[in-house]
Design a protein around this ligand. Structure first.
Ligand code: DQA
Length: 148
């Protein structure tokens, strides 16, 4: 199967940005680990990070016709603001898991609102870089069951 990982704004600074909240692991290290996980199970994985909302929207639109089976997305700050990105992922109609490094429910009140959670297959947050690993495990389990 083909998995798509989408990282929203500011996540390019991972490892350097507020490490007390987001940890010291770089985005490149996270993407490398996810790719390794997917490939060891016989899947393909592509990752994209962008600080531009329209780039994320365009990538999601492309997923409609490029054979993508599953999406893992950390919309970052757009989680709490973007009707646009929500509409894009709804239009794609593919199963997805929403991921956050931090636990947005334990932070400022404005982070409790997500435009994605009610559409997501599930939400994993609060485990730092491991949130992505757990999301990948859930995705692999789902893909295995689908294939069975
Ligand atoms: C985040 C949480 C968001 O509230 C924040 O705006 C981010 C990162 C996380 O992964 O913890 O940029 O999505």
């Amino acid at each position: 199967a083909k998995l798509l990982v989408i990282h929203g704004p500011n996540l390019n600074l991972l490892g350097e940005r507020e490490p007390g909240i987001y940890g010291r692991t770089s985005l490149a290290a996270i993407d490398r680990a996810l790719k390794g996980d997917a490939e060891s199970h016989g899947h393909m994985l592509e990752s994209l990070q962008s600080n531009a909302e329209h780039v994320l929207v365009d990538r999601l639109h492309a997923a409609r016709g490029d054979g993508t089976d599953f999406i893992i997305i950390n919309p970052a700050g757009l989680t709490h603001t973007s009707v646009v990105l929500r509409d894009a992922i709804a239009a794609v109609g593919l199963p997805f898991i929403e991921v956050h490094l931090s636990n947005p429910h334990a932070r400022e009140a404005f982070r409790r609102q997500s435009y994605f959670s009610d559409l997501a297959m599930g939400v994993i947050c609060g485990f730092g870089a491991d949130s992505y690993r757990f999301a990948m495990e859930a995705a692999l389990t789902w893909l295995d069951k689908r294939a069975a």
